[in-house]
Design a protein around this ligand. Sequence first.
Ligand SMILES: [Zn+2]
Length: 296
Amino acid sequence: MDDNLAIREAAIRHCRLLSLRWGEAVPYEELARGFPFRGQWIKLVGPQGVFKPKELTDGPLTLLSTLASSYEDEHLEGDVVLYDYAPTSREFENDGLKRIAAQGKAVILLRQVKAKPRPEYMVFAPVVLRGFDDVARKVRLDLAAAQLEVAGIPAPVPTPFSKAYAETIVKARLHQAHFRREILTAYAQRCCICELRERPLLDAAHIVPDRLPEGVPEVRNGLAMCPTHHRAYDQNLVLVTEQYRVEVQRDRLYHAESEATARMILDFDGREILLPKQEHLRPDPEFLRRKIVLAA
Ligand SMILES: [Zn+2]
């Protein structure tokens, strides 16, 4: 019996679970553990970008892209991204991808969103191979299916109503991951209010919300925050002044007298936020002003 399809589906299913658990940034250690299949663990990633576990005979399973292949260079068009061929010394991998495409099978794309020493990846599964350019040596990858429900596991985003919606979601996810990476780096992986330094818990909060046209995903319109302070900031319970100070909106708190509210929110009132060392990465006072006006 041909296990190829069953193994491929198990890998895709496992990747969807990883995305559900970790969101846009899956630690490399999680990927390196592989995925379970009939009581054994099968490898998901290898030393090369294009990887085929030994249990598969039909062709490669995963495509790994590094930060070096920066996404701005990848000519993103809708839900399609370009991926470099394996080098000519590993031409058999490219042939394998073509075989997979001809059989209508899918692969998995792992895009690095954080550098070493503890790299993190955004996981797209399943990904459909849409075409091969032997001259430019690039394969076109269609990420739209990675946004749809698979085997009862919902995509990490709401179920799309149309392909157009899925396309914008792919773009938004890529930009969001890029924004988060830049913000967390600028703030040295700390919440700017309480200095919590647990990367999996940190968000890139927009100063001017991204639902507004001015709410651009730029470092100067962002703050690294833990979930509690992010929510408090989005709900205007806490503001950040142009002088980079925390300003608690006491009258908006339900239980200002509670010890937990004091510890988690009121104690930071008037304190200076943690700022990026590099001045050009600090919040733009114009954005902070605009946010305060919106909150009023
Ligand atoms: Zn915090």
